[in-house]
Write a protein that binds this ligand. Structure first.
Ligand code: HEM
Length: 140
């Protein structure tokens, strides 16, 4: 049971991360699209579907299965898990920030630059690298 849950946890993680790495790319290109243009309206649909159809359900499943693993594996006192939990909470905060930006673009109210979104794109990548090292290597 534990290994099956861990397998589905990692599948949910892959879906969540795929969305978290792709969505800010859409924001970068959306900045270039004229408000009201066909291209801008298409980006709105892509952003909404990616968020609602993939990123949100994948995050919920990652958390539910991850918390089961903590409980079943008795990991709550492990140092690596505390560090991982902190980083995953930051990742969930970035997720919330992305949700706000999808809303901004949907209402043609984006005020941030392409450069801002290019830099933002790196944050989930760095967190993901650190989380995977923590959980597989368990350095402390
Ligand atoms: C959302 C909250 C999360 C919780 C509570 C959580 C908790 C856990 C726990 C307890 C394990 C089992 C560790 C073991 O049996 O060795 C695990 C496995 C794993 N987690 Fe998470 N996790 C979460 C999110 C994430 C995220 C965001 C990532 C990647 C970006 C991730 C990547 C992994 C990987 C790759 C494994 C498999 C490790 C192995 O087989 O050795 N997890 N997780």
């Amino acid at each position: 049971m534990y290994e099956w849950v861990k397998a589905f946890h990692v599948i949910a993680v892959i879906s969540w991360m795929a969305g978290m790495l792709y969505l800010p790319r859409l924001f970068v290109y959306h900045c270039d699209a004229e408000i009201g243009s066909r291209q801008s309206e298409t980006f709105k649909v892509m952003e909404r579907r990616l968020l609602k159809g993939i990123i949100n359900p994948a995050m919920i499943l990652t958390w539910l299965l991850g918390l089961y693993l903590v409980w079943a594996g008795h990991w709550y006192l492990a140092g690596w898990f505390h560090a991982k939990l902190f980083l995953v909470l930051v990742m969930s905060g970035v997720h919330g920030f992305f949700t706000g930006r999808v809303r901004d673009f949907a209402n043609d109210r984006n005020t941030r630059s392409q450069k801002f979104y290019r830099i933002l794109n790196e944050i989930p990548t760095l967190i993901m690298v650190a989380v995977v090292i923590l959980v597989i290597v368990k350095p402390f």
